[in-house]
Design a protein around this ligand. Structure first.
Ligand code: SF4
Length: 350
C-alpha cells in the first residue's frame, strides 16, 4: 500500500470504532472532570518524560504564504498583512546566535513560500548543522512539499518536521484549507515518517463547525499516526480572515484536549503553545499542568516577528525572545518543572 492509499485507509479507520484501549481512554476522558483529568495526564507525563520542559528556539522566517486557509492571518488573500522574508544569511545568523546562548533545537517555520527553494532550505540546514558540529537539532515547518523535497531536507541534515492537519474532519479540512484535502496532508505526514523524520502534527481546538466527536477524532488521529510531536492550540478568530467573526470557544477545551492527547499518545512531545498563552495569561502553565512538556521561545528578530500574526494578540510579541527566558524559567518552576536546553529527541529515538 503506498502512502496515498494508506492515508485514505487511516481516514476510513478513523470513522470506525476505536480499539479497546483507545475506547477506554476516551470513556475516561468523557466522564472525568478537568482537574482530575489534568492530574492524571500530568502524572503520565512525569512517569514518561520526567519533570523536564524542553526549550525550542522558534524562527519564523517568512510570512508569505501561497495558501489561503480561512482562519489564518497570513493567508495569501489577507492584503493587510505586512509581509517579510528573512535573508538566508539572517536565518543562519539567528540560529547560530541562539546556539551561542544555549539553544540546541531550532524550529524554522514559515508560510508555504515557494521563494525558498529546496536548495536554499538545504543550504540553510547544512550550514547550521556544520557550524554547530552537528549538535543542533533542526526542525522544519514549511507545509506540504514533494517527497523528493523532504528527502533532500533530510539528507541535508534536518531532523524533524512539523505539519499540522488542523482538523480530522475531511469536509471541514477541505473547506478551511481552501481545497487541500486531509488525505493529502496525511500523505505528507506519512512521507516524512517514511524518511525517518521525527514527525509532528496537531490541530486547533474549537474550530467553527467542529463537534466534540471531531475533537476526539483529532486526538485519535494523532494516536493512529504515532506522532513524535503534537502541537495543539485554541482557534483564535483573526478579524482580517473569513472566520474573523466566528466564536471563540472556552479555553478549557484546549486544556482537556492536551490531557486527552497525553493519555492517548504518552510518548509524544507536546508543546504548551503560544496560542494558549495568548488567550489566557496562565495558558501555557495550564497546558504544562495538563501534560505538555515543551516550550517554544520565539527567537525571530524583533523587527519582523511582530508581522507573523496567524492570530491576534500573540503573546510572544510581549516577551523578549531569549532574554525573557529568566521569567519563563520562573513560570515553569511555579508548576514544579525544570527548563532544559537538551535537544529532547523523540522517545523512540533515544
Ligand atoms: S495556516 Fe499555514 S498554510 Fe495556511 S495560510 Fe496560514 S501559513 Fe499558510
Amino acid at each position: 500500500m503506498n502512502n496515498k492509499e494508506l492515508s485514505e485507509k487511516i481516514i476510513e479507520d478513523l470513522y470506525k470504532e476505536p480499539d479497546r484501549k483507545t475506547a477506554e481512554i476516551i470513556e475516561y476522558y468523557l466522564n472525568t472532570g478537568t482537574k482530575e483529568l489534568c492530574d492524571k495526564a500530568a502524572s503520565v507525563c512525569n512517569d514518561i518524560h520526567g519533570n523536564t520542559v524542553f526549550l525550542r528556539g522558534l524562527v519564523e522566517f517568512t510570512n508569505y504564504c501561497a495558501m489561503d486557509c480561512l482562519y489564518c492571518g497570513i493567508r495569501h488573500s489577507n492584503g493587510k498583512a505586512v509581509r517579510y522574508r528573512m535573508r538566508e544569511s539572517s536565518i543562519v545568523e539567528t540560529a547560530l546566535a541562539g546556539f551561542e546562548k544555549g539553544f540546541r533545537t531550532f524550529v524554522f517555520q514559515g508560510g508555504e513560500d515557494p521563494f525558498y527553494t529546496t536548495d536554499m532550505i538545504c543550504r540553510i540546514v547544512s550550514t547550521i548543522k556544520n557550524s554547530t558540529g552537528g549538535e543542533a537539532a533542526i526542525t522544519l515547518s514549511e507545509g506540504i512539499r514533494s517527497r523528493e523535497d523532504y528527502k533532500a531536507f533530510r539528507e541535508a541534515g534536518a531532523d524533524r518536521y512539523l505539519i499540522r492537519f488542523e482538523t480530522s474532519d475531511p469536509l471541514l479540512h477541505k473547506k478551511i484549507r481552501n481545497g487541500i484535502t486531509l488525505q493529502r496532508r496525511i500523505e505528507a505526514i506519512l512521507d516524512l515518517k517514511s524518511l525517518d523524520f521525527e514527525t509532528g502534527s496537531g490541530y486547533m481546538t474549537g474550530l467553527p463547525g467542529e463537534t466534540e466527536e471531531t475533537g476526539i477524532r483529532n486526538a485519535r488521529l494523532c494516536r493512529m499516526l504515532e506522532l513524535d510531536m503534537i502541537g495543539i492550540g485554541p482557534f483564535i478568530p483573526h478579524k482580517d480572515t473569513p472566520l474573523g467573526l466566528s466564536d471563540q470557544m472556552p479555553f478549557e477545551l484546549c486544556i482537556r484536549a492536551t490531557a486527552l492527547l497525553r493519555l492517548l499518545v504518552p510518548s509524544a512531545h507536546i508543546p504548551a503553545t503560544t496560542a494558549a498563552g495568548s488567550i489566557d495569561p496562565e495558558g501555557r502553565e495550564k497546558m504544562l499542568k495538563a501534560g505538555a512538556n515543551v516550550l517554544m521561545i520565539n527567537i525571530t528578530p524583533d523587527d519582523v516577528k511582530k508581522h507573523y500574526l496567524l492570530y491576534p494578540g500573540k503573546v510572544c510579541l510581549e516577551e523578549e525572545g531569549e532574554t525573557g527566558l529568566g521569567s519563563l524559567a520562573e513560570r515553569v518552576k511555579s508548576v514544579n518543572r525544570v527548563l532544559s536546553y537538551n535537544i529532547g529527541s523523540a522517545l523512540r529515538k533515544t
